[in-house]
Design a protein around this ligand. Structure first.
Ligand SMILES: C[S@@+](CC[C@H](N)C(=O)[O-])C[C@H]1O[C@@H](n2cnc3c(N)ncnc32)[C@H](O)[C@@H]1O
Length: 205
C-alpha cells in the first residue's frame, strides 16, 4: 500500500517518539544513546576498553552509555557546548577542529585510546548539501586525528551522511584502517541520510 504524506509523517513521528520516550524514562539525556548501544551490539567495541574519547558529546547520552557500560575506563568527552557534569566523565569544552583543542585532548590522555566515538554534526544551515559536506568534513577530520590518538588496535565510530563527499571519506578510511564498515542503527530516523562508519586496526607502514 502506498503511504500518503500524512501517514508517512505519522509513522516518522511514532518512530521518533518511541526512542524519545524510552530515553526519557531510562534517564538518558538524548535518544542518540540508543544509536551507540545498537552500534556496540553490531561491532562489540566496548569490551576491554580502558580509554575512550567521545567527540560531540553534548547533551551527554553517549557519555552516559559509556559510563554505564565501561568499568574502570577513562572517558574524555568533548563538545563546543558545555555539557552538564556526568560523574566519572572528564569534559573539555572546545571546538574539536582547532589545533589547540587536539593538543588539549592529547595532553589529557595518559595512554592512547582504545576507542574514539564521534556523533558530531555541523550546525544545520537549511542547505542539505552544504550540511552534508560540513558534517562529512568533520568525520574526515576525526579519522585523520584518530591515527594520532588511538592504539593501532583501536576502533573509531563516527557519524557521516550518505551524500556529497561520502566516497572521499570512505576512501580515506580504507587508506588508514584494515577494517571499514557502515551501519545505520534502527534508532536513526529513516528519512535521515545519517549513517555511522566503523573503522578498526590502523594500517601501519
Ligand atoms: C547530535 S549531537 C551529539 C549527541 C550526543 N552524542 C548525545 O548522545 O547526547 C552533535 C554535537 O556535536 C557538537 N559539535 C559539532 N561540531 C563540533 C566541533 N567542531 N567540536 C566539538 N563539538 C562539535 C555539537 O555541539 C552537538 O552537541
Amino acid at each position: 500500500m502506498k503511504k500518503n504524506k500524512s501517514s508517512k509523517n505519522w509513522v516518522i513521528q511514532q518512530h521518533r517518539d518511541q526512542y524519545f520516550k524510552q530515553a526519557k524514562s531510562s534517564g538518558f539525556r538524548s535518544r542518540s544513546a540508543y544509536k551507540l548501544l545498537e552500534l556496540n551490539k553490531k561491532f562489540k567495541f566496548f569490551s576491554k576498553c580502558k580509554t575512550v574519547i567521545d567527540l560531540g558529546s553534548y547533551p551527554g547520552g553517549w557519555s552516559q552509555v559509556l559510563k554505564k557500560n565501561l568499568k574502570n575506563c577513562k572517558i574524555l568527552s568533548v563538545d563546543i557546548k558545555k555539557m552538564e557534569k556526568i560523574e566519572g566523565v572528564d569534559f573539555l569544552c572546545c571546538d574539536f577542529r582547532e589545533e589547540e583543542s587536539k593538543d588539549k585532548i592529547l595532553k589529557k590522555l595518559n595512554n592512547k585510546a582504545d576507542l574514539l566515538i564521534s556523533d558530531m554534526a555541523a550546525d544545520t544551515t537549511g542547505n542539505k548539501d552544504l550540511d552534508c559536506i560540513r558534517t562529512n568534513a568533520l568525520c574526515a577530520e576525526v579519522i585523520e586525528f584518530s591515527t594520532f590518538v588511538i592504539k593501532d588496535s583501536g576502533v573509531v565510530i563516527s557519524k557521516l551522511f550518505n551524500g556529497a563527499d561520502f566516497l572521499d571519506v570512505k576512501n580515506l578510511a580504507h587508506n588508514k584502517f584494515h577494517k571499514v564498515n557502515f551501519y545505520k542503527p534502527e534508532s536513526s530516523r529513516d528519512y535521515s541520510k545519517e549513517t555511522y562508519i566503523h573503522c578498526a586496526g590502523i594500517k601501519t607502514l
